[in-house]
Design a protein around this ligand. Structure first.
Ligand code: UN1
Length: 514
């Protein structure tokens, strides 16, 4: 008889191909795992959900070999055919949208609509990538030489390593994998060690599509593991591109390692995102936006709003409305319909919140609401608003929790300067009705971030745009727009179809062979 999950409410995991004990590496079409056994824990009560056996370094080696083999076939498959496979992956995900969304909510701790939204984000990426598979266009460039043709051709890289974080355990994989696959690359994915069930369930769905179509499932390889596997990917010369999502600190190590072997990196690192509210802003719109941006996902998005910059004229009014809104936020089980704020992902996150609050107080911060952990078996904390000086060192850091710093300003220039005064440069937003302020904000002397919004929150980006940030956020761009170019190598081809050898720059080399 099949073993049963610890709780009946976890039985839905069967429908995603999961069991109480799972193997975490799909090398060569066979699930295996000879590494550490990790327990996936429900952040709402810190009770085990199921276990996963991670990959050992030997498992990693086998899987990469199989992936490399599969790569030869995949890169020669016509791009629109690759798009067709990605279309079917989108369909497979659609058929499990609710179930997979529930798993995201259960294992990561975000509320159910956000869990489902995350899976929807991969589906959107699939749709986008299907269209893209017929538009990986190169270009023809006028040659200065007679009877010469110059053009750019885009070819696959081979294998793309994708290392994702706990906070978006599914969507960020989608941004990278959908594009990488239509571009003709195989994918090696290492999800966060604390969300292995999402990694395994997602990979099972994807592997099934490849197998059904007669392709080796090693084209999409999942390797559950910790830092050791991450390091192996960063060091591996068989992986020309490593896309990494995580902290600036770890990202810097990944970048150094990958660059040391002349590999390419796509980094999506820490944010410290601000919302500016001008005195002409629609305050109702601003308050609802700040609530979603600062409290959504329990403040664990890289796009979470951490700094609220308020014009002095509306400063007090916005604080009052916001404190009132914060008090109404329902905290609880992320799977419950009314919950707006679920738990933090791990016990360590809860401890970091406590340490952060102590630091805020020691740096002169004044707590306007919240500021405490909630005594409960899960990792719950109160959504918190803090009044603090913009110079306090903690304001410059990314505390991955629902803590919002409120700062006051007098002019738009001051607000922009404050926005740009941190090392990170991911997302930013202004609330105003003034065209002058809007265009200044998005222009050369405005926000220095990769995402520059107007009258919407800092988070919740659509997949059609390029996603990523400047400065310590790492400079990478994922998802839409022309991000696909990073997943391919550009060949500049000059073809001489004449019988002469005219040289560029008019150089006469003075030799003619008969
Ligand atoms: C992240 O937190 O790593 O824009 C990504 C957003 C989401 C993605 C966040 N679409 O908030």
């Amino acid at each position: 008889m099949a073993a049963a999950f610890a709780r009946r409410e976890y039985d839905f995991l069967n429908e995603l191909g999961l069991q109480p004990h799972n193997l975490g590496c799909n090398g060569n079409g066979v699930w295996k795992g000879n590494g550490n056994t990790v327990t996936s824990v429900n952040p709402a009560n810190n009770q085990p959900i199921a276990t996963v056996v991670e990959a050992s370094i030997e498992d990693y080696e086998d899987s990469i070999k199989a992936c490399g083999e599969a790569s030869k076939m995949w890169m020669q498959t016509p791009a629109p055919k690759r798009g067709e496979i990605v279309r079917q992956i989108g369909e497979a995900l659609r058929s499990k949208l609710e179930l997979l969304g529930r798993l995201v909510s259960l294992e990561m701790g975000k509320i159910l609509p956000e869990g489902i939204g995350e899976v929807q984000e991969i589906i959107d990426m699939c749709d986008y990538a299907v269209g893209l598979s017929r538009q990986l266009n190169g270009s023809i460039i006028p040659s200065e030489r007679p009877n010469h043709m110059m053009m750019e051709v885009w070819n696959p890289l081979g294998i793309v390593g994708v290392i994702t974080a706990f906070n978006f355990p599914a969507a960020v994989l989608g941004w990278n994998a959908c594009i990488a696959l239509v571009c003709g690359n195989c994918v090696v994915w290492k999800g966060a060690p604390t969300t292995p069930l999402i990694s395994v369930a997602t990979t099972k769905l994807i592997a099934e599509v490849f197998e059904r179509n007669g392709f080796p499932s090693a084209i999409f390889t999942c390797i559950c593991g910790g830092a050791e596997i991450g390091q192996a990917i960063a060091e591996d010369t068989r992986i020309p591109l490593v896309s990494f999502t995580g902290s600036t600190k770890v990202g810097q190590i990944v970048q150094r390692t990958v660059h040391a072997r002349f590999g390419k990196c796509l980094l999506e690192l820490s944010g410290n995102n601000a919302i500016i509210v001008m005195d002409d802003a629609d305050l109702a719109l601003a308050v609802s936006s700040v609530l979603f941006a600062a409290v959504g996902t329990a403040g664990q998005r890289c796009t979470t709003c951490r700094r609220l910059l308020l014009h002095e004229k509306i400063h007090q009014q916005v604080i009052e409305r916001l404190v009132d809104a914060y008090k109404q936020v329902k905290i609880g089980d992320p799977l419950n319909k009314d919950t707006l704020l679920g738990p933090l992902h791990t016990k360590t996150s809860k401890t970091n919140f406590e340490k952060g609050i102590q630091m805020i107080k020691s740096q002169g911060g004044h707590i306007l609401t919240g500021g405490s952990v909630i005594e409960h078996e899960g990792n719950f904390v109160q959504p918190t608003i803090v009044e603090i000086s913009g110079d306090a060192p903690i304001v410059k850091e990314e505390l991955f929790a629902p803590v919002l710093y409120v700062l006051k300003f007098q002019t738009l220039e001051d607000a922009i300067e404050l926005n740009n005064s941190v090392s990170q440069g991911l997302s930013s937003s202004i609330f105003t009705r003034s065209p002058e302020a809007i265009f200044k904000w998005i222009g050369p002397c405005g926000s220095d971030c990769g995402i520059v919004n107007v009258n919407i929150p800092t988070n919740g980006a659509e997949i059609g745009g390029a996603f990523g940030g400047e400065k310590a956020t790492g400079g990478g761009r994922e998802a839409g727009s022309d991000s696909w170019k990073q997943y391919m190598r550009r060949a500049t081809c000059t073809i001489n179809y004449g019988r002469e050898l005219p040289l560029a720059q008019g150089i006469n080399f003075g030799f003619q062979s008969n």
